[in-house]
Design a protein around this ligand. Sequence first.
Ligand code: SF4
Length: 111
Amino acid sequence: MPSSQFAVRSPGWMPRGACQGEDPELFFPIATAGPALAQVLAAKAVCFRCAVRAACLSYALATGQAGIWGGTTQEERHAMRRPADFSAQRAQHRAGTERSAIDHRSNPAGH
Ligand code: SF4
């Protein structure tokens, strides 16, 4: 991501991004379809030649950034997070189900 927006507390990999010197506006399209698609593709083209793309993508996934990061749109990152969210929900549900089964075994009448 262009450093002008993240001069304070930016991760160490940011200055090595291929977007340094690019117009920051390029990475914040107003939409991801229609006329804005050309801007999205132009931003992604910068990202795809970036040496720190993986770190950038991880950062954006972890911090919920808007705009183009790591060669992905916010919507694409949202879709990438969903399976993990679903897995976490399943794990919580499973833990709750197992806890209920244990409670039921130790107190079958539920009292
Ligand atoms: S992946 Fe894209 S947004 Fe991230 S540092 Fe590289 S060029 Fe910038």
